[in-house]
Design a protein around this ligand. Structure first.
Ligand code: SF4
Length: 190
């Protein structure tokens, strides 16, 4: 049977440690796509990109990296700077990330699209899967709907990323989430 080609949108390497092997185990020929333009500052983007490259080495798969273009990300977020995490800004951010992945998947002949985002206990799986299904349909792809945090997926991803020695951040990614984390003065694992 011909392998089903799937592109996995990877928000960060630790969050991909469960979904990437799981999709391959389900028979999807899976490659990764890292968007990253919302990540602040650039050094953080470099650290997270390097972690995705390292994970690709562990998994034995390939990873594609979008050009780092924070200006376009900030332009899309205009007027939503003060939104709380989980609000409108995050919905638009998911849309940018997943639309970029869908464009790449369609241009490279993938049939399926999925994301690691739903492994986070801080993000809404219905919102993520809704956005994913919509961008996939627009690009002529099939969306793989998953809630990766189910079945202890998040805890497993923390354990695996520790075993692999992967860099693990303490804020979601954008400058607003970084400031919130600094203001809170505490660390929560994403
Ligand atoms: S908190 Fe995370 S999901 Fe929300 S806008 Fe920032 S980077 Fe995007």
């Amino acid at each position: 049977m011909r392998n089903r080609r799937a592109l996995l949108h990877v928000c960060c390497a630790p969050d991909a440690t469960v979904p990437w092997p799981a999709l391959r185990g389900e028979g999807y020929d899976t490659a990764a796509f890292f968007y990253g333009s919302g990540i602040h500052p650039r050094e953080e983007w470099v650290a997270r990109s390097d972690a995705v490259r390292r994970l690709a080495g562990y998994v034995g798969g390939s990873a594609e990296f979008a050009e780092y273009d924070p200006e376009s990300w900030f332009a899309a977020m205009k007027g939503m700077e003060d939104e709380p995490e989980g609000g409108k800004r995050c919905a638009v951010c998911f849309g940018l990330q997943l639309a970029a992945a869908a464009r790449y998947a369609a241009s490279e002949g993938f049939e399926y699209l999925c994301t690691t985002l739903s492994i986070s206990p801080h993000k809404s799986p219905p919102l993520i899967n809704g956005v994913g299904a919509s961008v996939s349909a627009a690009a002529g792809l099939k969306w793989i709907e998953r809630v990766w945090r189910k079945n202890d997926g998040f805890r497993l991803s923390v354990a695996r990323s520790r075993e692999m020695g992967l860099y693990r951040q303490n804020y979601c990614g954008c400058v607003y989430s970084m400031r919130r984390q600094e203001a809170a003065g505490s660390i929560f694992i994403l």
